[in-house]
Design a protein around this ligand. Structure first.
Ligand SMILES: [Zn+2]
Length: 270
């Protein structure tokens, strides 16, 4: 499916292969999907887009120097996920986090692992395990290298390569700002949900945290307005079911939700 979505693949790829053998090694990921980008491309592209976003005034980034406590909390959450040692790029990707002061229900992760979490999402959720579930989902998009794939489908491979090789700085701004609304395929969304459960299951958290988020959307009648970062397909009800099924498959381990800690975290946000 995805391969068919990439016209002129060979026309673009063949000259590049001559220039860079790294592309040969990066053509197929563990699921057999074609990925034209190497891991170092993901890192380079992530660093460039993150720098662009950080300097874009339409992203209201919360200053880490004057919000030490809030950042310490969310980095501790990230570390709990990384410490499972289940991610492929635990040590290779920076997994840097920026909090965005914006009421939109959103979170996203660039290629190469630069994570952005919106206060609107944090305040919408009730439990730490729910935010952990969403973070796990977003980190999975980077760790399973869905991001460059989705970007290639959305913007075209040649434009992506121009940016990586520094040829098109103007387009970088457009793509960086579009990352917050990046559309992933149904398969990649399902895989990100699945890894969120697998990773959280190796912590003391309730591993179905991400399902709590979808359930809240359904309960509040927002299923028609699912945030773009989670895409509109499959529908939230199906995703709650799939997440719960995965949790059962892994042994239905009960986990903590840390509501009190999470409420305190919300109270220190701007
Ligand atoms: Zn997603």
């Amino acid at each position: 499916m995805k391969v068919l979505n990439r016209p002129n693949l060979k026309l673009i790829l063949i000259p590049l292969l001559a220039a860079s053998l790294t592309y040969l090694q990066s053509c197929k990921d563990e699921d057999g999907d074609i990925n034209l980008f190497s891991v170092s491309d993901d890192l380079a592209f992530g660093a460039q887009t993150a720098e662009q976003i950080d300097n874009d005034s339409s992203f209201s980034i919360i200053d880490s120097a004057s919000n030490v406590e809030a950042y310490a909390y969310i980095y501790a959450m990230r570390d709990k996920i990384l410490n499972t040692q289940l991610l492929t790029y635990t040590d290779q990707f920076p997994w840097r986090i920026r909090l965005v002061n914006d009421e939109v229900l959103n979170a996203f992760c660039t290629p190469g692992g630069y994570i952005y979490v919106y206060t609107g999402l944090i305040k919408f959720l009730e439990y730490e395990s729910e935010l952990a579930g969403v973070m796990g989902h977003e980190m999975a998009h980077a760790d399973k290298r869905h991001s460059t794939d989705a970007l290639s489908r959305q913007y075209g491979v040649s434009l992506m390569l121009d940016i990586i090789f520094g040829k098109d700085k103007g387009q970088l701004a457009r793509i960086a700002s579009g990352l917050k609304d990046l559309q992933y395929s149904r398969k990649n969304e399902a895989e990100a949900d699945e890894y969120s459960v697998i990773w959280l299951n190796a912590t003391d958290w309730d591993a179905k945290g991400a399902a709590g988020f979808f359930q809240k959307l359904i309960d509040q009648g927002q299923s028609g307005g699912t945030p773009q970062f989670l895409s509109t397909h499959p529908d939230p009800g199906n995703r709650v079911q799939a997440i719960t099924d995965k949790w059962i498959e892994l042994g239905s381990k009960p986990g903590v939700q840390n509501q009190a800690e999470y409420t305190s975290f919300k109270s220190i946000l701007p």
